[in-house]
Write a protein that binds this ligand. Structure first.
Ligand SMILES: CC(C)(COP(=O)(O)OP(=O)(O)OC[C@H]1O[C@@H](n2cnc3c(N)ncnc32)[C@H](O)[C@@H]1OP(=O)(O)O)[C@@H](O)C(=O)NCCC(=O)NCCS
Length: 180
């Protein structure tokens, strides 16, 4: 369990799968994600089984918020493409509970991921791709220290249009643990 101020990150279980399917079939949630096609329970179960064969450090983490005594799953985040020689990785995140957007949970989760990546996994570079059409995500990443480093022109096709993908990253040397 990775504990933050208002949220915590935990390992996913098979019981999370129906919730993941609901989130990943929500057009507003997936507007900023690489997911484009309708996803079934069976698709997600197959993804989950495949995910278990990936390195532990690349398993997704469920974002939970505390409501009274209960912790409730609200989204998902994690590392992928970890390159142990370059000590570099990519991160991804979504908060599936749309009512919780714009309340700082995404930036808090990303802050926790950066801390985990630099202080536990001993990474040197953490990067992400974000669509130019996703200002909320861009702002959340800027707040926690991500720096703009490039643009892949017309690299994604969504809703009938080509869009640019922005590349953002944080290096260990420029990371401030208490930034936000
Ligand atoms: C992207 C996401 C993780 C961000 O999490 P969040 O909890 O909503 O974000 P935060 O509240 O931490 O920060 C959002 C910031 O963007 C700002 N913002 C929101 N809409 C904006 C807009 N249209 N233009 C500019 N800034 C905007 C908010 O005001 C806030 O900044 P502030 O704290 O300075 O006021 C979440 O919205 C999400 O999961 N979206 C759907 C999936 C997705 O797009 N994932 C990212 C893929 S790269």
């Amino acid at each position: 369990m990775i504990q933050g101020k208002r949220i915590r990150l935990r390992a996913p279980t098979r019981t999370d799968i129906p919730q993941f399917v609901a989130w990943l079939n929500d057009s507003e949630v997936i507007a900023g994600l690489m997911v484009s096609l309708p996803m079934s329970l069976e698709d997600e179960e197959a993804w989950f089984t495949g995910m278990l064969n990936r390195p532990l450090a690349e398993h997704p983490l469920v974002i939970e918020v505390q409501r009274g005594e209960e912790w409730t799953a609200v989204g998902n985040c994690g590392f992928n493409m970890i390159d142990w020689r370059a000590r570099a990785a990519e991160v991804g995140i979504f908060i599936g509970e749309k009512s919780l957007w714009n309340q700082g949970y995404g930036s808090e989760a990303m802050t926790l991921l950066l801390k985990h990546g630099f202080n536990t996994l001993n990474l040197n570079r953490i990067a992400l791709d974000v669509y130019e059409t996703n200002p909320r995500a861009i702002r959340a990443y800027e707040k926690v220290g991500f720096v703009h480093e490039g643009r892949k022109r017309q690299a994604m096709y969504k809703d009938g249009s080509y869009i640019d993908i922005l590349i953002m990253s944080v290096l260990r040397s420029e990371w401030k643990e208490d930034q936000e």
